[in-house]
Design a protein around this ligand. Sequence first.
Ligand SMILES: Nc1nc2c(ncn2[C@@H]2O[C@H](COP(=O)(O)OP(=O)(O)OP(=O)(O)O)[C@@H](O)[C@H]2O)c(=O)[nH]1
Ligand SMILES: [Mg+2]
Length: 380
Amino acid sequence: MAELTKDDKTTSEYRIVLLGKTGSGKSTTANVVCDRDVFCSSVSESSVTKTCQYAETCRFGYELSIVDTPGSFDTATANDVIMKEVTRCLALSAPGPHVFIYVFNALSRFTKEEEDSINQFVENFGERVFDYMMVIFTRYDDLQRCSTSPTKYLSSISPKFREFLNNCKWRICWFDNTLSGMGAHKQVQSLLSLVARTVEENGCISYYTNALYTEAERMMKKREEELLKDQKENENEMRYLKIREEHIQKEKGSKEWRLKDIERRIEELDQSTEGKRVSRNSKPPSRCGSAESNLEREVKFLKIEMEKIKHKDLVMIEKQHGQIQERRARLSKKQHRAHPRSMARKELSKRNSSLSNLICKGIVALGKHLLTGIVGLLLL
Ligand SMILES: Nc1nc2c(ncn2[C@@H]2O[C@H](COP(=O)(O)OP(=O)(O)OP(=O)(O)O)[C@@H](O)[C@H]2O)c(=O)[nH]1
Ligand SMILES: [Mg+2]
């Protein structure tokens, strides 16, 4: 069994899809796994999670992508909306999940509807889906309160449920989602050990996939490439803007230096004009007058240049600098350091994003019947 420690470096990415009846504790479990409240959960008769939700996290050296599914859909929800939601669930874990975790409230019964839905899911996704299936029993706290040990509990389950657990090769975990701190961490560690073991057991086919996932993956890859291209273009523009900014700074420096130079020269000339004025009477008036007017002309030209630098060149430089800074700020906001796949998933997690519409169209075009398997499970 893979040993997990908190300080492990990231070793792999696990894509996890949580399935199960409404209220079984999928979102609460997902929050415990993430160690933060990302998914919405509460006590409710009707489904709390209305749409597929997605989060990425890193725990105990494992990068996790978790898809939380709606426990059920409102019966009034149009079929198209359900189909779209289901395709989003699929695509969020493309190219396929390493594990499907069936979350089961240990205080509830394994109903005929659950059994039928699982059968329908397996019919459509194939028996091999069991190789990637595991079960989390929630409400372990309540079981303990009733002094029921896991062994005692499992000895009293229905034959159908036993058969299901058998198909899942008894990959089971017990979760008390009321725990926090070390207690919660230990549960997550044992869950991740089980996921690691499942992946190991599945060998080179480490995650489940089928035609739907392949199609979703194709589209995700396409979007990923677009985002990567965008990212590269942004980076190039940022580099260009940096060079441009350096150039502008240099230009500003040289203009400021020129200003000081002019000021110095004007001061010099002013002094010498003054000197000329003082000694004017001792010199022949014509020669003295022309030398003075040459100096005054130079001062006049220097003043014109100074005005131009101050009120035109430097203003223009400041304006260009401002524009560059504005553009850089806009680009750096756009510049996501996240991996393009994470960005694509983030886009997809928005219900009506163009990516989710596109993927939905693409997958539904493959045949709505192919989705029936997973629809059954999400409609529990
Ligand atoms: N005592 C106890 N309560 C739990 C446990 N796990 C979940 N719950 C509670 O069960 C209720 C339903 O949990 P959710 O996580 O919202 O269930 P869900 O499966 O996401 O429900 P839907 O979104 O409707 O499909 C919440 O009030 C949780 O606090 C547990 O281990 N022990
Ligand atoms: Mg939920």
